[in-house]
Design a protein around this ligand. Structure first.
Ligand code: C5P
Length: 414
């Protein structure tokens, strides 16, 4: 469904970010959507019903027990007469209520009564976002099929810095468009990993290629699309993990609910991974360039002396570096092996050489269509043996991999 003909029910919770929801309402209406808003009591401390009514062009709903509201439109009807419910800001309190099915006010009642999908844009202090209770609630809600956009990293109104800032209005608009475009379903997609399998775990994933500059305008790269790494980050978040995705330059969108760090070179990727530690699980899905040009120069020019010679030096091996850490080694380190022949044999050697716990090996010969494609056929190579999976969508490979990782983590803890 298109945003231009969509009916959005916007639930505005009580957070400083509520001012951004006024802009969100405007952006949604600019694109043709009808927006009805519900303002919680806490939300009224931050913005007024009047400004929300002015920007949505509709009456604002505030009270569960208001006779006027009920006479005009009951809360059940309000929650169903929408194509999508958007909670922005989704406070820790609203998420906790929704995850437990509480229905003590209009906003939480609507969330419980709806038969439509819900997209939440969380906003809260970073300690509240990282608190085990919020982690559990978000994992439960994801498992129930709730969609998330953000929160982003950044400076917070309370003076701290970290994850918890509400996504920007246009990011939320993009997430609304994506939610409307995918077939409506209340139940979690069949591909969602077992809810909460990684609840509270910290996961760092690398994805995509790296670009190694030759001069200010040229670079060395490879054909990695980032589809598999991004799908893994999304699946880990769906399973309740707190995910940092360190991505090289790709054309795929940032997965919702994942903290994404964009980098270009292998050295930047390593630095971003090290900054994201400690974590429980490290998954190196990026196709990191093995070499970089020794010295970056001015833009190379054609000359009578012939083509330039590029002196290459080796890049750091991110996977091996992280696997070799002493104090901060993640409990589980997973690498990829993209090979064009003897896939399993090479993967076994890589497992030993890079001292990781698991290698996801695949054949990337051009005829397989795996590099850049939507499917993947992998072997899971670990100390205990090799598992071969049939050709599957990359999203499904990601979901199964997250389940396999969760099982190994459980085994390791016993
Ligand atoms: O040695 P090879 O490049 O085949 O190893 C592939 C695995 O190692 C992948 O998991 C990849 O992300 C990781 N890797 C890395 N840093 C490099 C090279 C590879 O993390 N410089």
């Amino acid at each position: 469904m298109q945003l231009s003909s969509a009916r959005i029910l916007l639930v505005v919770g009580g957070g400083v970010a509520a001012y951004k929801s006024l802009d969100l309402a405007r952006r949604l209406r600019e694109r043709g959507a009808r927006v009805r808003a519900v303002l919680t009591d806490a939300g009224k401390h931050f913005i007024t019903p009047l400004s929300l009514a002015a920007l949505t062009g509709e009456k604002v709903f505030e009270d569960l027990f208001s006779l006027t509201d009920e006479a005009e439109m009951g809360h059940i009807e309000l929650s169903r007469d929408a194509d999508l419910i958007v909670i922005a800001p989704a406070t820790a309190d609203l998420l906790a209520k929704a995850s437990h099915g509480l229905a003590g006010d209009l906003a939480s009642t609507l969330l419980l009564a709806t038969d439509k999908r819900i997209l939440a844009a969380p906003a809260m202090n970073l300690r509240m976002w990282l608190a085990p209770a919020t982690r559990r609630n978000v994992a439960t809600l994801r498992g129930d099929g709730m969609l998330f956009v953000g929160p982003n990293d950044g400076a917070m109104a309370c003076g701290e810095f970290g994850p918890g800032r509400m996504a920007e209005p246009l990011e939320i608009v993009a997430a609304v468009e994506a939610a409307l475009a995918s077939p409506a379903a209340i139940a979690p997609p069949a591909s969602a990993a077992k809810a909460g399998a990684l609840a509270g775990k910290r996961v760092v994933v690398t994805s995509g290629p790296t670009h190694e500059p030759i001069d200010p305008v040229r670079y060395i790269a490879n054909r990695s699309s980032g589809k598999q790494g991004h799908a893994i980050a999304r699946a880990a978040a769906d399973a309740g993990a707190l995910v940092t995705l360190v991505s090289g330059p790709v054309n795929v969108a940032d997965p919702a609910g994942v903290h994404v760090v964009h980098v270009e070179t292998a050295r930047e990727m390593l630095a971003a991974v090290e900054k994201a530690l400690p974590c429980d699980i490290f998954i190196a899905a990026a196709a990191v360039a093995d070499w970089r040009v020794e010295a970056m120069r001015e833009k190379l020019k054609k000359s009578a002396a012939g083509p330039p010679r590029l002196a290459l030096v080796e890049n750091p091996d991110i996977l091996a570096t992280i696997a070799a850490l002493k104090k901060t080694r993640p409990a589980l380190v997973v690498g990829f092996a993209a090979e064009t022949e003897n896939v399993v044999a090479h993967a076994r050697k890589k497992l030993a050489r890079k001292k990781c716990d698991l290698i996801v090996a695949n054949d990337v010969s051009p005829e397989t269509g795996i590099m850049g494609g939507d499917n993947n056929e992998v072997h899971l190579v670990g100390a205990a043996g090799v598992e071969h999976w049939p050709k599957l969508a990359k999203d499904e490979v990601a979901r199964r991999l997250v389940e396999a990782i969760a099982l190994r983590l459980e085994d390791a803890a016993q």
